[in-house]
Design a protein around this ligand. Structure first.
Ligand SMILES: NC(=O)c1ccc[n+]([C@@H]2O[C@H](COP(=O)([O-])OP(=O)(O)OC[C@H]3O[C@@H](n4cnc5c(N)ncnc54)[C@H](OP(=O)(O)O)[C@@H]3O)[C@@H](O)[C@H]2O)c1
Length: 355
């Protein structure tokens, strides 16, 4: 029998998840859609994707969506709510999300206990994943460590220019690109603190899974100013405002760095001379016995000509699919927290599509 799914969020990532849920080869069935925007309220899920109607109407009323019977909710809003996720879990629906709860054992104790209690009440599991945080910062290093006798250090570097990323509200409002460099810090806003916390969680996830015994994870950011103006979709990033953010989340044992995630993010593609220069995409380095390095990038295609928008969207597909593909395993998991370290290997449900 198909697993009944609610899509909670229909942004760039949510729409990719929705398209996959509507593909019957996944063995999933769409039974509800929760939206935030008033102009999507009451609109058919197919219409939201620019396709023929599918007979499932989106609703902006959380209570109404919560009342729908379902096996799992794909939760992808821009702003997250622990209360909302607890209500979903307690109502008997599993949750997969690209937004947070990547390693709930290491979130604020009060929140951890609430989420766990909701899982136990509903007999459900919650799984946060995606691209990064997600596969590249969790599943891939753990999978590669299957070839390790011992591990000494792990470092993941993400190099990305956000100029082609069309969720400009996230770039400018949430991530504060275009704001004075003095206003970028780990605690400068609720969102920056939240964003930092999810990468901190990822460092803990790897450290916990690989017995690093770290005693702290520190977060820091170096913000750099643009030398000139940049037009980014409907926005202008002005010279002198933040055009680069280098973040480092470092897990240490007695002061020694063991697990690190570094992001080298620009808008407008001016690259600061004092930053390290990994290739575009993700570079994962594991120092140990043996030492390994992998470079990862995702594109719409390596063979055909694709537009920049399609290439950028490939990351949204990857983010969405990592949690959609995990749905059967999350539904089958024991109630509680499901992570990349506890779930079986998540692979494409459709794959080549020749059932
Ligand atoms: N783990 C990863 O690798 C990864 C990668 C990319 C993104 N993400 C995360 O995935 C989530 C979705 O990203 P996205 O690129 O799809 O973002 P997006 O395109 O900006 O989509 C925003 C979503 O949030 C909803 N929304 C807008 N304003 C809201 C508000 N004030 N409160 C609650 N919801 C609101 C929108 O509602 P409507 O449905 O009505 O449009 C839409 O569903 C975000 O949390 C993002 O940080 C994770």
């Amino acid at each position: 029998m198909a697993l009944r799914i609610i899509a909670w969020g229909t942004g760039a990532v949510g729409r990719e998840a929705l398209a996959a849920i509507l593909d019957s080869r996944t063995g999933l069935e769409l039974v509800g859609v929760k939206v935030h925007s008033a102009d999507k309220d009451g609109v058919d899920a197919g219409t939201i994707l620019g396709r023929a109607p599918v007979g499932v109407l989106a609703s902006a009323d959380a209570e109404r969506v919560l009342a729908v019977e379902a096996d799992c909710v794909v939760y992808t809003p821009r702003l997250t709510s622990v209360d909302e996720v607890c209500a979903i879990l307690a109502s008997g629906k599993n949750v997969v999300t690209t937004a947070f709860l990547f390693h709930p054992n290491r979130i604020r104790l009060r929140d951890r206990d609430r989420v766990l209690a909701a899982c136990l009440r509903g007999g459900t599991s919650v799984h946060g994943s995606g691209l990064n945080p997600g596969n590249i910062s969790g599943v891939l290093p753990l999978a590669l460590s299957g070839m390790s006798r011992t591990v000494d250090e792990i470092k993941l570097q993400e190099r990305a220019d956000w100029s082609a990323y069309d969720s400009t509200a996230i770039t400018f409002e949430n991530m504060r690109f275009g704001q004075p460099v003095g206003e970028i810090s780990v605690t400068a806003s609720d969102f920056l603190a939240f964003n930092s916390s999810i990468f901190t969680e990822q460092v803990w996830l790897l450290a916990d899974a690989l017995h690093a015994g770290i005693d702290e994870v520190t977060a820091s950011v170096d913000a750099v100013a643009a030398k000139r103006d940049h037009e980014i979709f409907d926005r202008v990033l002005l010279a002198g405002t933040t055009a680069g953010q280098r973040w480092n989340w470092v897990g240490r044992r007695e002061g020694r760095p063991l697990v690190e995630i570094e992001t080298l993010w620009t808008v407008g593609n001016e690259y600061p001379g004092h930053w390290p220069k990994p290739q575009h995409g993700w570079t994962l380095t594991i120092e140990g016995d043996p030492s390994m390095r992998a470079h990862f990038m995702s594109l719409a295609s390596f063979k055909r000509d694709a537009s920049m928008l399609e290439h950028v969207n490939a990351a949204n597909v990857a983010t969405a699919m990592q949690v959609v593909n995990a749905i059967p395993a999350v539904c089958a998991a024991a109630p509680g927290f499901a992570t990349g370290a506890t779930l079986p290997l998540v692979h494409s449900l459709i794959g080549f599509g020749n059932a």
